[in-house]
Design a protein around this ligand. Structure first.
Ligand code: COA
Length: 260
């Protein structure tokens, strides 16, 4: 499928989704959000795709935020709708995908850009990356899950400070805060992420999808993560992946997971 604002490529079971509006520092306009939704939906339903890596086009930005030019004149209702639609179609959607999603943060990840990176299952940054939630400097608050996911990842006090100051942190600080798992030189960013993807791909896709669900359950209002884990654990016993994984272990060979 051809998109206007994103590029989707796949090789050896790893899909790379690149947000491609470099002249606008890959800012997320409505069309880009809707294309990302379509791309993630298609990739999730493709059994050949085992890991998705999301990055930004060019060397300067991952995503410099939601497209400010689109919402500058919004009313109260339109503002609320923008946040609700974005959360449903992209940010919550990515977080709840069964397919693992790695954010390769290759530059500025600000506002909606950091929120997108935080909705991914984990993050790797390049040395030049800068991250922040600058919304309060625009007279608004993060609306794509930033007030919830940032404290989950780095703790309440640090999140409060980042949101209130609207400041940026560099890649080293992000690593220290556990906002990203690794920092690597920019030219090595994608190959580093593909290396992690290859390790993930050795394991059962069904189990990984269930593990994502169970981990996410801890952060969902009204959901008991331990119960979700028990149910998902039991589910795995009925899968072909489980049979293959345990049989391969007993036969002292590497498993070939059918993903069923
Ligand atoms: N929405 C819309 N356009 C954006 C944008 C955004 N979030 N971020 C950058 N752009 C556009 C700029 O308007 C500019 O477009 P132009 O060349 O047509 O004028 C282009 O991208 C390049 O940005 P520029 O500001 O010239 O680059 P810079 O290197 O001087 O500064 C940033 C980089 C990231 C510090 C700066 O672009 C910025 O502060 N962006 C907004 C970040 C933000 O507040 N995001 C949260 C939104 S809720």
């Amino acid at each position: 499928m051809n998109y206007e604002n994103i590029l989707v490529a796949d090789q050896n079971g790893i899909a790379t989704v690149t947000i491609n509006r470099p002249d606008k520092l890959n800012a997320l306009n409505k069309n880009t959000i809707s294309e990302l939704h379509e791309a993630f939906k298609t990739l999730q339903h493709n059994p050949e795709i085992r890991v998705i890596v999301v990055t930004g086009s060019g060397e300067k930005a991952f995503v410099a935020g939601a497209d400010i030019s689109e919402f500058a004149n919004f009313s109260i209702e339109e503002g609320a709708q923008l946040a609700a639609q974005g959360q449903e179609s992209l940010f919550d959607y990515v977080e709840n995908l069964k397919t693992p999603v790695i954010a390769a943060v290759n530059g500025f990840a600000l506002g909606g850009g950091l929120e997108l990176a935080m909705a991914c299952h984990f993050r790797v940054a390049s040395e030049n990356a800068k991250m922040g939630l600058p919304e309060t400097s625009l007279g608004v608050i993060p609306g794509y899950g930033g007030t919830q996911r940032l404290p989950q990842l780095i703790g309440k006090g640090r999140a409060m400070e980042m949101i209130m100051t609207a400041g940026m942190i560099n890649a080293e600080q992000a690593l220290q805060f556990s906002l990203v798992n690794y920092v690597v030189p920019q030219p090595e960013l994608l190959s580093f992420c593909y290396g992690i993807a290859e390790k993930i791909m050795k394991n059962s896709p069904i189990a990984i999808g269930k593990a994502i669900k169970a981990v996410n359950a801890n952060f969902k209002e009204g959901e008991d993560g331990f119960k979700t884990e028990i149910k998902a654990f039991g589910y795995c016993f009925g899968t072909e992946d489980f049979k293959e994984g345990t049989t391969a272990f007993l036969e002292k060979r590497k498993p070939v997971f059918p993903g069923k």
